[in-house]
Design a protein around this ligand. Structure first.
Ligand code: GLA
Length: 731
């Protein structure tokens, strides 16, 4: 059902599948003009065109006498600057004459079955060439001999279009890329709300929704990572769009470094979006014959609200972004010792936790920070990835054996991209940290960032990790990254090339992770950056899970997980029950509430099991058994948001199995209220024709979706939660 057609007569490209159409045309024999992206059009006749109109102060194409066509106003696919378009350009390519003026015109196109991979970068993929088609359109700037290759992939069963851009220098002189967006798209005059995910440490991916007004809005990260502060995702929704109804466009960048999304609403109410690597402080020297590849953006469309947009992102990421042995596999229930012990542990303490974990049914023990070098606090030893011999007397290989002997898997924490000033590595190679010769270096958590743009630096860390894995049986790795980049400069690179260092770092990191995950395919990797500071689609291509946030407070997690779920699947969200009072907020919530929040993710615990009451442990044992029994539904079922924590006191969501035969509903209420109104909770995504059993009672699917059901009106106390399991029954 996928089709990519070019109509010679109307000069129109039409990408379509069962769900969507994406249309653009070649205007004036040269300009790529955007026409449409949205619900599938079956009978396009080529007559929908941008109107011709002479607008004052809008220049015309070079050499043209027709005053009714100007780049300043038409809708485009990949606009430049300096030829009459005064809006935000998709690219800025500095040339030998000092200008960034270009004139890219259509040259040729090709259609490829399947989807080519992106050299050195994470991207979505297909397993069979019949799963997708890719349109490659080449534009050329004849004056400079530059070629732009715009890539559009349409998948067979998804509303998504994956786009990326490649610049090839076929000229005789080098150019300097100052901006090369992964995509640009122009929407015709429409009112939009802008939705984005921002935050900070322990408060990641807060949902912000604001009306889009005239002017330019920039959402970016200059931190050297995708960041806690601004996730590389935005959505443009119609102002009336809700979770369940209305149109919305999503943009998700598959990249983990500095990113930039510019949204410009022009005086004619048209909206342009460019998204890609941050152009701020970016310089890439492109020599003749060389090419530069942008990361991918996953463009998404829904006419049934935000939930539907999330469903297609989740589906795509689970099937066509995450890779390896753990893809679509049920993930183990883990216990992590970080909040239980911090740096203060020995083998007795750890094994006491493991013993309890075994009784509870936990499947994986993760030894967090503090096992290496001379690390007793966060002031030292990053870069010294050998055992802290004084700490685990039996040695880590034996500890791993002991853990395995108790029937659990063994996992371990690394922070490979970092170096402590107080480390053997720093004493031997002080120049390996990112720094500007002669200038002071800014510490963050008492550590520096290693220059991962350098192959020698990466190679050394790789060898240390390899030596460790070859010695100690490891089933899981938590890959952390606990500060952002400052004084970005790489030693052996010319001044002109320094603006490429942050991106070269990411390319180095991706190469490293590609090699490591290929060499150790059985290890389950979970990425982390002070919690969810690098929760992005780029990392998920190598590591199928991410630690969602260092904030483990159940109430705070409602918003964090709700926001994260806008884009990222539940199977990717690490989510743990921790002790009370909570270490980040001091809040005390019930074990049931903590369990019900953590079970709505990849479940685990992060507390000292050896100090808990028998009663708590018995409850945990039940939680683990329950989670295991329903794990495939909770990790891979269709997740739909029902009540938003950003809008009120209550939160609810539902997981429905693919065959719609079972479902799990979670309801949470933060604060109790006297004499409260009683509203029914309406479910989504069930089969209207099926009959479901819930708490010994029968309900029709249509009944639960249209009438809903009442939450127990006597449910009392703050931080209350309830869980409902629905199973189809024959009447
Ligand atoms: C980061 C992580 C935590 C923990 C610590 C260890 O903050 O997010 O989960 O691993 O580092 O130092």
């Amino acid at each position: 059902m996928i089709s990519i057609q070019f109509d010679e007569q109307t000069q129109t490209f039409h990408l379509s599948n069962q769900q969507v159409s994406y249309l653009f045309s070649i205007e004036e024999g040269q300009v790529l003009s955007h026409l449409y992206y949205g619900k599938k059009i079956t009978h396009y006749h080529g007559n929908f065109r941008y109107p011709r109109l002479d607008r004052s102060f809008s220049p015309n194409l070079p050499g043209a006498i027709d005053r009714s066509y100007s780049l300043d106003t038409v809708l485009q696919e990949y606009p430049g600057f300096g030829g009459g378009d005064f809006r935000t350009p998709a690219h800025e390519i500095r040339q030998s004459d000092g200008t960034i003026v270009t004139n890219f015109t259509f040259k040729e196109y090709r259609v490829i079955e399947g989807k080519p991979s992106l050299t050195g970068l994470p991207a979505t993929y297909v397993n069979a060439t019949t799963d997708a088609q890719t349109l490659l359109v080449t534009l050329e700037d004849r004056f400079r001999g530059l070629e732009l290759e715009l890539s559009y992939t349409i998948f067979d069963d998804s509303p998504v279009i994956a786009r990326n851009t490649r610049l090839v220098n076929k000229g005789k002189e080098k150019v300097v890329i100052e901006k090369l967006a992964s995509l640009a798209i122009d929407f015709p005059a429409t009112a939009f709300d802008l939705i984005h995910l921002n935050g900070t440490w322990a408060k990641e991916r807060m949902v912000t929704r604001e009306p889009l007004n005239t002017g330019i809005k920039v959402l970016d990260s200059k931190r050297g990572s995708s960041s806690h502060q601004q996730n590389p995702f935005v959505a443009l929704a119609s102002p009336t769009t809700t979770e369940e109804t209305g149109e919305v466009y999503g943009f998700c960048l598959v990249y983990s470094g500095n990113h930039e999304t510019m949204i410009e609403k022009d005086p004619y109410d048209q909206t342009r979006v460019t998204m890609g690597i941050n152009s701020f402080d970016f310089r890439w020297v492109l020599e003749p014959e060389d090419s530069f590849q942008s990361p991918e953006v996953i463009l998404n469309y829904s006419d049934q609200g935000l939930n539907e947009l999330s469903h297609s992102y989740h589906e795509l990421f689970n099937h066509r972004l995450v890779r390896g042995q753990h893809q679509q596999k049920e993930r183990p229930v883990l216990i992590n010792n970080w909040e239980a012990t911090y740096f203060d542990f020995d083998e007795d303490k750890l094994l006491a936790i493991v013993d309890e974990a075994q009784k509870i049914g936990i499947e994986l023990f993760v030894l967090d920070d503090g096992w290496f070098g001379k690390r007793e606090s966060d002031n030292s030893s990053l870069g010294d990835w050998f055992e802290n011999a004084g700490k685990i007397k039996m040695g880590l290989a034996n500890l791993s054996k002991e853990v395995h002997a108790r029937g659990l898997e063994f996992g371990i924490w690394f922070e490979p991209e970092m170096i402590s000033e107080d480390s053997d590595l720093y004493r031997a190679h002080p120049d390996w940290a990112l720094q500007i010769p002669g200038r002071g270096k800014s510490l963050g958590r008492s550590q520096y960032v290693l220059d991962f743009s350098r192959a020698d630096v990466r190679g050394h860390i790789y060898q240390q990790m390899k030596a460790f894995f070859d010695e100690v049986p490891v089933d899981y790795v938590k890959w952390d990254m606990n500060r952002n980049m400052t004084e970005v400069y790489s030693k052996n690179r010319s001044a002109e090339e320094q603006g490429s260092t942050a991106h070269r770092y990411m390319l180095g990191l991706y190469e490293f992770m590609e090699q490591l995950t290929s060499e150790y395919p059985a290890i389950l990797f979970e990425s982390c950056s002070g919690g969810g500071g690098r929760f992005d689609a780029g990392m998920l291509h190598y590591m199928p899970q991410t630690w969602t946030s260092d904030n483990t407070d159940a109430v705070a997690r409602l918003k964090i997980q709700y926001g994260t779920s806008l884009v990222y699947p539940i199977s990717t969200m690490g989510s743990h029950v921790s002790a009370i009072p909570n270490h980040q907020t001091s809040r005390k919530t019930s074990l049931a509430m903590r369990g019900n929040v953590a079970m709505s993710g990849v479940f685990g615990y992060e507390l000292d099991l050896s100090t808990l009451s028998e009663e708590d442990k018995a409850e945990m044992k039940e939680q683990v058994a329950f989670y295991k029994a329903h794990r495939s539904l909770l990790q891979y079922g269709t997740f739909t948001r029902l009540l938003s924590p950003f809008e009120g006191n209550e939160t609810a969501w539902i997981f429905v199995s693919d065959d719609k035969k079972e479902a799990m509903v979670f309801y949470y209420r933060v604060l109790v209220e006297a004499s409260r109104p009683l509203e029914s909770l309406k479910l989504r995504g069930l089969d209207a024709e099926k009959v479901y059993q819930m708490n010994e009672q029968l309900f029709g699917g249509d009944e639960l979706m249209n009438l809903g059901f009442y939450i127990d009106p006597t449910l009392s106390g703050d931080y209350a939660s309830q869980m409902f399991y629905l199973k189809e029954v024959a009447e």
